[in-house]
Design a binder for this molecule. Structure first.
Ligand code: FE2
Length: 329
């Protein structure tokens, strides 16, 4: 099967998935979920926008919640290392025929709005205001003790084009899923920061955001946060898990739906994949059941996602969806 070769020295340096920007209908309810229950830190609250970060994050925000009439994901945020990288990224997207626009985004340096070939609206910057890391301030930890953003997952019919586009920008393919006895890419796990993924593309109607994922310190936080969500009136938002991913990533996880349906994954830590000889791991769908225990994901997890604001989602590739007998993460 043809997997693009890795590009070890890309023209510009994307460093990681950085943040998500969501529209929510009721900021007070969102705050009760993200801050009072999950334990995110408020970096700034200007009454119609809430900027949140995890406990170990030194940058201003990894979640931006904007008050709006209808829930949607506005942007997926990526970071580049330097302003020169940002200019080179702008040129790359523009010459690839993709829209580019410079915008002012609070608490960020120069910010590029663009889209990838799958239609994912992206927000790329090289600088963000910093805040004190709370990593040693244990007295302020509560809820799930979310540490940092790790990755986002996007639903799209165009998995292979997305894989090729991101690998050309230096993303490494850590793992991928194909249907049994097939070379059709069903899911690709792409990374820049040296662990299994920064951005994941999975075949389904899209583009839509499936989830944003945040690390937590210990496995017991998965159970504790479910108990706390139940006590705080958010129990129906526990969508799948706690459980373990049998396949890409191997993490222990729980998936939650926030009050507007935006999906959050909380998970324990990942492995490293850094060296040049780290080859992508191939999973056929039936492989994912080899060591499985626990429940299968509900239909909501398999089919639903957040609409991207102003972006029409195409239909699923039904032939591939029909073969999705096993579980992707
Ligand atoms: Fe995930």
């Amino acid at each position: 099967m043809s997997i693009p070769d890795p590009v070890f020295r890309p023209a510009f340096n994307i460093t990681r998935a950085s943040h998500v920007v969501h529209r929510v209908r009721d900021l007070a309810k969102s705050r009760a979920f993200y801050v009072d229950t999950l334990g995110f830190v408020v970096s700034h609250d200007d009454h119609d926008t809430l900027y949140l970060r995890g406990l170990e994050e030194g940058c201003h925000h990894s979640i931006v919640l904007k008050a709006g009439a209808e829930p949607a994901c506005e942007r997926v945020g990526l970071r580049v290392l330097t302003e020169d990288d940002l200019d080179r990224a702008e040129a790359h997207f523009r010459t690839s025929g993709l829209p580019t626009r410079w915008v002012q985004a609070p608490f960020q340096g120069r910010t590029l709005h663009t889209s990838d070939p799958a239609g994912t609206p992206l927000e790329i910057c090289a600088a963000m205001q910093t805040k004190p890391r709370r990593i040693m301030h244990f007295e302020t930890f509560h809820g799930a003790c979310p540490q940092r953003i790790d990755h986002v997952q996007v639903l799209t019919r165009a998995v292979r084009p997305a894989c090729e586009f991101y690998m050309a920008m230096g993303f490494r393919l850590s793992e991928y899923i194909v249907p049994d006895n097939s070379d059709e890419l069903h899911a690709v796990f792409l990374q820049r920061k040296g662990n299994p993924h920064d951005i994941v593309f999975v075949n389904n109607a899209g583009p839509r955001l499936h989830h944003a994922a945040f690390t937590i310190p210990e496995v017991h936080h998965l159970m504790y946060i479910c108990d706390l969500l139940g006590r705080n009136g958010f129990g129906a938002g526990v969508e799948w898990g706690p459980g373990r991913h049998f396949g890409p990533g191997y993490a222990r996880f729980v998936y939650l739906r926030d009050p507007d349906g935006h999906r959050v994954e909380l998970f324990t830590n990942h492995y490293q994949t850094i060296d040049a000889e780290d080859e992508p791991i191939r999973w056929e769908m039936s492989d994912l059941n080899t060591s499985r225990w626990g429940t299968f994901p509900p239909d909501s997890w398999r089919q639903e996602g957040s609409a991207f604001a102003g972006v029409a989602a195409g239909r699923a590739n039904t032939s591939a969806s029909a073969r999705e007998a096993a579980i992707v993460r």
